[in-house]
Design a protein around this ligand. Sequence first.
Ligand SMILES: [Zn+2]
Ligand SMILES: [Zn+2]
Length: 169
Amino acid sequence: MGDLLTPITASAEFQFGWKLCAFFLLIFTVALIFWTWRDADRRGGMAWFWAVVVLLFNVPGWIIYMVVRPPEYLDDAHERELEIRAAESRLTKDGATCPSCLKPVEPEYLICPYCMKKLKKPCVNCGRALKMSWGVCPYCKTKQTAGEVADAMAPTRTTPREPGPANKA
Ligand SMILES: [Zn+2]
Ligand SMILES: [Zn+2]
């Protein structure tokens, strides 16, 4: 067998092919090490440790890295954290903050406990907290008049009055 292969292994073509393979293997290894180092660096892993692991074990080392590497890039994690924080602040803006003193309040508060600003009005029927601008209770469908008592009473007070004195005054 060895005698049969000797003319092949000794040939110039084989020597050249073997060197070419070794060259590509070297390039591949260097690229793999570089890729692993950069990937581990971006994910906040131990970049130099994994570069050495791939240098020593080549593809098996790279496979181990692929299995145990951090699941996401640091940039992605940072971005997601920012998004969560933005969503949280949006939530607080939507009604959990007093518009006057900006202190956190519960959505069911009728008045701000810090600055006494009137935040909501109670439903005349079921007593749930309603926005000041709502004309009807969305919970029990009762029309709200409490918020407009002043406006509603003004015309009723003038109606019984005779038109004469009203015009003179
Ligand atoms: Zn307040
Ligand atoms: Zn109601």
